[in-house]
Each structure stands twice: as structure tokens, then as C-alpha cells.
Design a protein around this ligand. Sequence first.
Ligand SMILES: [Zn+2]
Length: 233
Amino acid sequence: MKVGEKVLDLLFPPKCPFCQRILEDPRAPLCPVCRPRLPWLTGEAGERKVDFADGCFSPLAYRDGVPEAIRRYKFSRVRALGKPFAQLMAQCLTDRMPQRADLICWAPLARKRLRERGFDQARRMAEEVGRLCAIPAVPLLEKRRHTRPQSELEEESARRANARGAYALLPGVDLMGKRVVLVDDVVTSGATLSECAGLLRMAGAERVWCLTLAQARRDGKTAAKKEENCWKK
Ligand SMILES: [Zn+2]
């Protein structure tokens, strides 16, 4: 651990992102109380079909304490909070990926939203997962227009229409023969990820795998519907 990180640990002792307890083991992503209680996804339950992608993997279901933990992270400026999430995602990727990827990228926020929030949580997750898995994280996409929160739209067709044309490849992106991981925080209908995955394919990507921290029910209905409404915009 670097000296700077040690100082940060003293000032902001690492906490469990799900219950806020200070972690006895500062390198653990979460506390031993939450670990057995979280809605882990195993086997096929942790995969979702996303058009243009070769797989979409998520370690957790978007319910119980997960929506609140993600919301807390998204509206906090403390960068270190994203690390435990990235650790869980990196483990999921290592467990589930059939092949090694060449690059990791993310579904970006629109510029306006980025200015309001101050950081792009998907970008941070991708960069941290990339660091942990030794895969270079590179910006490949941009969000060109504001979209309504996907969680406000019930119908899958409405979600697809909402995401359509919202993203574009950055100028000069050439992915010929590359295997790419695409990161986002949550997958619901998969409309955003398939829109982005399609663009990566158009740029020549040989394989595209999606990786999210959590997987929400496809119909978007959860007990935490209200919280979902502040989801990625
Ligand atoms: Zn905990």
C-alpha cells in the first residue's frame, strides 16, 4: 500500500459500502456481516442476454441493500467508495469471462450530467476494475444527448427508443479484432448496454462482454422503485 493510501485510510477508514461499518480488514470489499446477506447471483442467474454482447455478468441482484449502497456512492464525492464495488466486479469478471479482454470501457454519462455530479461512476468502476484485472481502461464512447432515466420507462420498447442514438463512438476508435469489456453500474432491460455494445461491434470489436455491479429485474419493478428513479440519466 502506498503512503498516500495509508494516510487516506487513517482519515477515512474504509467502511463496508453496504452497512457503513468500519472494516476490520481494510482490504476487504465488505464486512463479514453483509457478505452472507447480500443477494449474490450465481450460475445463470448472474448472466443476462444483451444484444450485440457475448455475455453480461453481474455479481449482485439490484435489491435489498444494494440500491441504497449504489445511490450513496453515486452522490458521494469520495472516490474510494467505489473500490469495494470494483473488487466485486473484478472477481465476477475473473470467474465468468471465457477469455481475456484487451480493453475495458464504460457507458458514459452525458457531459451535462457529468458537470452536475462531478464524476462518472461507471468510468471510475471501469478504471478500478481495469487496474485490478490488469486490463487497460480507455474511453471509447460518448453520450451525445440527455435521456430519460430508464427506470421511469416500463416498456422494453420505450427503453430501447430512449437509448437509441444516445451514444456514439469517440473519433478515431478502431477496435478491429479487440475483445472489450463494457462496464455500467446496473443492467435492467439491457437497452443502454446493447446500444453501446452495437457501437463497439461497428468499430470492429471481435468480442464484447458487459459487466455491471448489479442486475435489476427486467421489468424494472423493485421494492426500491423510488431509489431507482435517480438512476443513470
Ligand atoms: Zn456491511
